[in-house]
Ligand binder design. Structure first.
Ligand SMILES: Cc1cc2nc3c(=O)[nH]c(=O)nc-3n(C[C@H](O)[C@H](O)[C@H](O)COP(=O)(O)OP(=O)(O)OC[C@H]3O[C@@H](n4cnc5c(N)ncnc54)[C@H](O)[C@@H]3O)c2cc1C
Length: 412
């Protein structure tokens, strides 16, 4: 026996859950298959995780009527300060220069996941199948995909979405290869309490071993995301609190006075994983299953939600065009989605990788060139505006929203 759905999303992380919410008004039946039970309490590492959301991503959550459920936990980024250790160049970007209240927002992952999962619980069209692990995929005589699950009955569907993370089993089952570039860095995640108020400023500091971001989290605390060579990460995570704090302060400098440790430390190995293709027979990959990026530019989820909402849009368009003949696994529709998403995916993946390689290289002599590059950025308004646009993820919006637009939105 199998259960039938129009669409089966494998993976209930940020990407898969966002897609399921975005498809909720399509009238299609959706299964969301997640390996970990939804009511599993967050561990200490997950509690320390935050995601910097571009302004455009906030707008998308707003459009899904989900922003309100996470807004209280969100810290606005009003300014961005980018620097390189030991070099002169700096880049400053202010939200006020773009007539925006914030360049983006830092949101605890637990708040985003809770908002998404609470919504999923309210949706009749979405069946959450969890805990259940996707194991294999085959096609039946009618051409439908049949998913075998560890922990549930098989699921028969017209479209499978692989949203199961960077080591995606769906990608493997579809025989889609992936290019993996190991950065040999790990990101140490923790929470710090700065001596001086952060005043809504997000700092990114490029160090020889990898970038360090100190981001506003609450009025009194910041999220620290510190990419270091993997052996260093192991050492720093095991170091005493005093030793870790001393090294973190030495790396960051004194812009916020002394930083005190205010949360647990967790380490995430960093690799760039790019799937060879985004679509296959009755299947598509979104989020980290399609492209996992270094967090240096804070773009991974911002890119993923554009994949997810882009897919939901094209599904609805084809539904409207085809009526009762609509097939959510239509190969032409999936190819059109993949083609439409490719330029954004390539641009963001290359931009992120370029930043990591340029600034993390320990090659002698490159430091000054990098410093000069940053200094050039701080002087060149056109380039700086382009950087701000990328960091705000506004490429999808026709024009920058103004304060008036926002006020009207807030009044609704
Ligand atoms: C340290 C760090 C900091 C980051 N900071 C930012 C940031 O500031 N801004 C930003 O935009 N991005 C950031 N990112 C990237 C962002 O976290 C990812 O892009 C995002 O989490 C991808 O979500 P996902 O749903 O695709 O994958 P995942 O979060 O990996 O979720 C995959 C889900 O699939 C489930 N699953 C796996 N296998 C199976 C299976 N076989 N069957 C069923 N379910 C399965 C898993 O349990 C999981 O719930 C950061 C990443 C890291 C590592």
């Amino acid at each position: 026996m199998s259960r039938d759905y129009d669409i089966a999303v494998v993976g209930g992380g940020l990407a898969g859950a966002s897609l399921a919410c975005a498809l909720a008004d399509s009238g299609l039946s959706i299964a969301l298959i997640e390996a970990v039970a939804f009511d599993t309490p967050a561990d200490e590492n997950l509690k320390a995780r935050t995601t910097a959301l571009a302004w455009g991503t906030r707008a998308m959550f707003d459009g899904l009527d989900l922003w309100g459920a996470m807004a209280d936990a969100a810290a606005p980024i009003e300014r961005l300060h980018v620097s390189q250790a030991g070099h002169f160049g700096r880049v400053h970007v202010n939200a006020a220069d773009y007539d925006l209240p914030a360049l983006g927002y830092v949101v605890p992952n637990t708040a985003m996941i809770a908002a998404l999962r609470d919504r999923l619980g309210e949706l009749d069209q979405v069946d959450v199948i969890a805990p259940a692990r996707f194991e294999s995929l085959a096609y039946d005589d009618s051409g439908h995909a049949v998913l075998t699950l560890d922990g549930g009955e098989p699921v028969r569907t017209r479209l499978v979405i692989g949203a199961d993370g960077q080591n995606s089993s769906v990608r493997g089952a579809l025989k889609i290869g992936a290019r993996v570039d190991d950065y040999q860095q790990s990101a140490i995640i923790t929470v710090v309490a700065p001596e001086r108020a952060h005043d809504g400023c997000a700092y990114e500091r490029f160090l020889p071993g990898g970038p360090l971001a100190i981001l506003p989290r609450t009025p009194d605390t910041c999220a620290a995301v510190w990419a270091v060579p993997t052996d260093e990460a192991t050492r720093l995570c095991q170091a005493s609190e005093a030793e870790f704090t001393r090294e973190l302060n030495a790396a960051f400098g004194h812009r916020l006075g002394a930083l005190a440790l205010a949360g647990p430390r967790g380490a995430y190995p960093l690799a760039r994983v790019l799937a060879d293709r985004a679509v296959a027979r009755r299947a598509a990959l979104i989020g980290n299953a399609g492209h996992a990026l270094h967090p240096a530019a804070a773009q991974g989820f911002n890119l993923s939600i554009r994949d997810a909402l882009g897919l939901a849009d094209i599904v609805r368009e084809h539904q409207a065009l085809r009526g009762s003949a609509f097939d959510p696994g239509d190969a032409d529709m999936l190819a059109a989605w993949a083609e439409a998403r490719r330029p954004d995916q390539h641009r963001v993946a290359n931009f992120t990788d370029g930043i990591v390689r340029l600034f993390s290289s320990r090659l002698p002599g490159l430091g000054h060139a990098r410093g000069a590059g940053l200094f050039g950025l701080s002087l060149a308004p056109g380039v700086r505006a382009d950087m701000a646009r990328r960091s705000m993820g506004l490429a999808l919006l026709d024009e920058l929203p103004t304060r008036d637009t926002l006020r009207k939105k807030d009044r609704r």
